[in-house]
Design a binder for this molecule. Structure first.
Ligand code: PLP
Length: 390
């Protein structure tokens, strides 16, 4: 059999750090151990029933058996605009300000290819969601990392970005509530972001993947809520987390018309839009599930409370996340994030993601997903207690 060589483009892609974690978990499971897997980011609960029902009825509609309209169905773009008006008081034009995406990941990976030429600078949070790196690699862009440190509440410090870098940067990625740190951003931070970006002509892409998951009575802030944001950038909103729809692959981008047009243009060449029935079901999710979405967020809050208090009980003094479904746990001294994650997996059969997999500034932490029942989360803490580290 001939082996065909991969293109330079593929060879240039970053290695998928977390593929090795999956391998390690599978090896321990194959030995017959019951692993509590907090290492991944896959919602564990089903999609609200009315959304599933809408998919079923929409699948019977012959109109949905044809090619969908190239840039997505109008009813979905309208529902997305109404969602932003209802949830955040933001006015959006369904045609000019909204682009339908095959999941947030697709939009995040497409965006650098839409706006950057080889060698152009993209500002990326460190630690951050590794797919940002994939987007940069596919566009042959140069990443400049913005450290997110505990001292600065895991927000980037714009005054630490070198003037020459800021002058040259064309795109900045942000993500709050944040994966992996569980930090949130406030209006003041987004106002400073919009001002910095406008001053340097940088397009802001706010990845609002965990926009539906905020704790302690605080609803996560949309970047588009602040003055000037719609002019200086976009927000990517996925249905994956807010409505437990990760398998459906549907999201949208909202904001600056030239960026929306660029995303639509690239997608005109890559796809014909998503299956119409999935788009109809997404209309149902955005329009009629506010209560279900609140319940989902409340469930993560109650898991967070159970998990963090049981970690405190065993003597592991970690901070509680303010949003997202991740806890960012500072590790004891004497370990790297990888050696500590290996120890938890091998000796306690608890899988967590080592912080280094999210970037250099992720070192010193591990990420645990609140993606199993409170009982299992408490069980994870009691297994860790038996290691006698804390
Ligand atoms: N952004 C962040 C920070 C994420 O954690 C994820 C998923 O884990 C995504 C984007 C992508 O979500 P999806 O492609 O399911 O919309």
């Amino acid at each position: 059999m001939l082996t065909f060589e991969q293109s330079r483009l593929l060879k240039n892609l970053p290695t998928q750090f977390f593929a090795s974690l999956v391998g390690k978990v599978n090896r321990i499971k194959a030995e017959g151990h019951d692993v509590i897997n907090l290492g991944q980011g896959n919602p564990d609960q089903p999609t609200p029933a009315n959304v599933v029902e809408r998919l079923k009825s929409a699948a019977d509609n012959p109109n949905n058996h044809k090619y969908p309209p190239f840039r997505g169905k109008r009813n979905l773009k309208q529902a997305a605009a109404q969602f932003y008006k209802r949830e955040y008081g933001v006015d959006l034009d369904p045609e000019k300000n909204i682009a339908i995406l095959f999941g947030g990941k697709a939009g995040l990976v497409e965006l650098p290819q839409c706006l950057l030429n080889p060698g152009d600078i993209m500002l990326v949070p460190d630690p951050g969601y590794p797919d940002y790196w994939s987007g940069a690699a596919l566009a042959n862009a140069k990443m400049e990392m913005m450290p997110l440190t505990e001292e600065n509440d895991f927000l980037p410090s714009y005054d630490r970005i070198h003037k020459e870098v800021a002058e040259k940067a064309k795109l900045m990625i942000l993500n709050y509530p944040n994966n992996p740190t569980g930090a949130v951003a406030d209006v003041d931070f987004f106002e400073r972001t919009a001002a910095f970006a406008a001053h340097h002509n940088i397009c802001v892409c706010h990845d609002f993947a965990y926009g539906g998951i905020g704790f302690d009575g605080k609803k996560p802030v949309s970047f588009l809520q602040v003055d000037g944001a719609k002019e200086i950038g976009i927000e990517i909103y996925t249905l994956s987390k807010t409505y437990n729809m990760a398998g459906w692959r549907i999201a949208f981008a909202a904001g600056n018309p030239s960026v929306i047009e660029a995303l639509n243009l690239l997608q005109d060449h890559l796809y014909v839009s998503l299956f119409g029935a999935v788009q109809d079901a997404a209309v149902e999710a955005l329009s009629n599930t506010a209560e279900a979405a609140k319940k989902i967020s409340d469930m993560y809050e109650s898991r967070r409370n159970a998990f963090i208090s049981s970690l405190h009980d065993i003597g592991w003094h970690v901070e509680a996340p303010k949003g997202s479904f991740f806890a960012w746990l500072k590790i004891p001294s004497g370990y790297t994030s990888e050696s500590f994650a290996d120890l938890l997996l091998e000796k306690a059969h608890v899988a967590v993601a080592p912080g280094i997999g999210f970037g250099q500034f992720g070192e010193g932490f591990v990420r645990a997903g609140l993606l199993t029942s409170e009982e299992r989360l408490q069980e994870a803490a009691s297994r860790i207690k038996k290691l006698g580290i804390f």
